[in-house]
Every structure is written in structure tokens, then in C-alpha cells.
Design a protein around this ligand. Structure first.
Ligand SMILES: [Zn+2]
Ligand SMILES: [Zn+2]
Length: 260
């Protein structure tokens, strides 16, 4: 069966109408847990059995604690949070520490808590029935991964936050045809230095990354733009696309759904 990915948030920051990164994979799996999660109803939140985190930055993890608090007591099973060991350690140490937030990895009991943390490793698929989620290597300012989502019928890749990387494209090449690629475009070209320093992309480096990718037949979407920069990033991408005669990615839009 085809899967659906609902875009709950795809902005690099907050502001009216903006939500930070979070996608709902069918109705039971979240990919990142940014502020967009807050638009789900309590019933929808209760159906979330697992959350895959790309990395430890707040714009991607802030709703993990809120979901546990909102629906932990009314669920029969814990919510499983997947991520690199470094990411989970950061969540445990800095969120579920009984200071910033209660330790829902031990509440109400150690044996049956609201949240279970489950480390993953790059290249090892987590199977969910006919579907799977596989971590992909990316380069960012903290340990981070992207994800390949497989519905059993089609594939989608989400890079998460990333700077230039050869490893990612090598891994993507082994996946075969993709339906969608969601890639970040955080900064304008004027802020390229900042993008390079912080492990992000701007239009110049994004187009250089896409040149490493055989991307016929795939829809390419950009996301994670810093608030207020969308229009400039869009016009820079269009200028580059026309100049280099390459496909111009489209902006991902909140509350739309991709099918794959
Ligand atoms: Zn980040
Ligand atoms: Zn981010």
C-alpha cells in the first residue's frame, strides 16, 4: 500500500504560520518532532507509536516531551523514540532530566514507561510491517542522520539538517528510484559563511549537492528556510536552475501530503 507523509512543519524557525520540522508518516510514525506536532489532535497524537529523530537540535525534538505528557497515560504501550545514540543521550540528559521535564523514560515505572529510547545505526532499516525507515549519513554541526522511508511501494528521502556531504549521495544511490527527495535550504547565499559554519545549505551549496545526485523522475522539495528568507532563497534557486539548466526544487508546504 502507498504511504502518506503529512507535512506538519517544514520551517527553520517559528513565526506566525510557521512550524518547525515534523512529518507524520501514515498515522503512527513521526519523523522529527518540531513545533508542527502541536497541530495534531489529541486522538491523532495518541496514535503515534514511534518517533524518528534526525538529531538533537531543539527545532527537531521539542515536541517529544509534550507528546509523552499529552498521551502517555492514555496509551497502552510506550512511544518508541529512535535516533543515533548521541541524539538519544542528549534527549535523556537535557530534556527527560526531571529539571527541564519529567523523566518519562521512567514514569510511571521503569518497566512500562511512557517513552522508550531505541538507538539506531546508519544503514540498518527499522521495519514497521511492510514499511521501513533507514537512517542515512549526513554531515551537520552535531551527530545527525537523514531518513529513507519505504512504503513497500515507493521511497522518499528526507535529509534533515545537512551541510555538504558525499556519504549521503553514495547511500542514496544504493536505494534505487525515489518518489520524493526533501532537502534542506536553510540560508540565503549572502549567509553562505554561516551556512558552512553551522552545517547547513544555501542555494549555491544545495545546487552543488544536487549535482551529485541522479535525479530524474524524482520530486525535489526544499525546507528548513530561516523565517523571512523563503522568497530570496526561491529566487536564488530559480536563477541557478535557469543558469545551470537543472531541475528547480519546489518549496515544501506545511499541511500538504506527499504520497509514495
Ligand atoms: Zn540542526
Ligand atoms: Zn533544524
Amino acid at each position: 500500500m502507498a504511504s502518506r507523509l503529512r507535512i506538519l512543519g517544514c520551517s527553520g524557525g517559528i513565526g506566525k504560520g510557521l512550524r518547525t520540522t515534523s512529518f507524520l508518516f501514515d498515522d503512527d510514525t513521526l519523523i522529527d518532532a518540531g513545533t508542527g506536532v502541536g497541530d495534531l489532535t489529541v486522538n491523532q497524537l495518541r496514535k503515534v507509536d514511534r518517533i524518528f529523530l534526525t538529531h538533537s537540535h531543539l527545532d527537531h525534538i521539542c515536541s517529544v516531551g509534550f507528546i509523552a505528557d499529552a498521551v502517555g497515560a492514555s496509551r497502552r504501550r510506550p512511544i518508541t523514540v529512535y535516533g543515533l545514540p548521541e541524539t538519544l543521550e542528549a534527549v535523556e540528559r537535557h530534556i527527560f532530566n526531571n529539571v527541564i521535564w519529567p523523566d518519562f523514560t521512567r514514569i510511571p515505572t521503569r518497566e512500562n514507561p511512557f517513552v522508550v529510547l531505541h538507538p539506531i545505526h546508519v544503514g540498518e532499516p527499522v521495519r514497521i510491517g511492510a514499511r521501513s525507515v533507514t537512517a542515512l549519513p549526513v554531515s551537520h554541526s552535531v551527530p545527525a542522520v537523514g531518513y529513507a522511508l519505504d512504503s513497500g511501494e515507493g521511497k522518499l528521502v528526507y535529509t534533515g539538517d545537512m551541510g555538504p556531504s558525499d556519504e549521503l549521495w553514495k547511500a542514496i544511490r544504493t536505494l534505487g528510484p525515489l518518489h520524493h527527495l526533501i532537502i534542506e535550504a536553510s540560508f540565503e547565499n549572502a549567509d553562505r559563511r554561516l551556512a558552512d559554519l553551522s552545517g547547513h545549505l544555501c542555494p549555491d551549496t544545495l545546487v552543488a549537492e544536487l549535482s551529485k545526485f541522479e535525479h530524474r523522475e524524482v520530486e525535489i522539495w526544499t525546507m528548513h528556510q530561516k523565517p523571512g528568507t523563503n522568497a530570496e532563497i526561491r529566487s536564488e534557486l530559480e536563477r541557478l536552475g535557469n543558469l545551470l539548466k537543472c531541475a528547480i526544487p519546489r518549496d515544501l508546504i506545511r499541511d500538504t501530503t506527499l504520497v509514495f
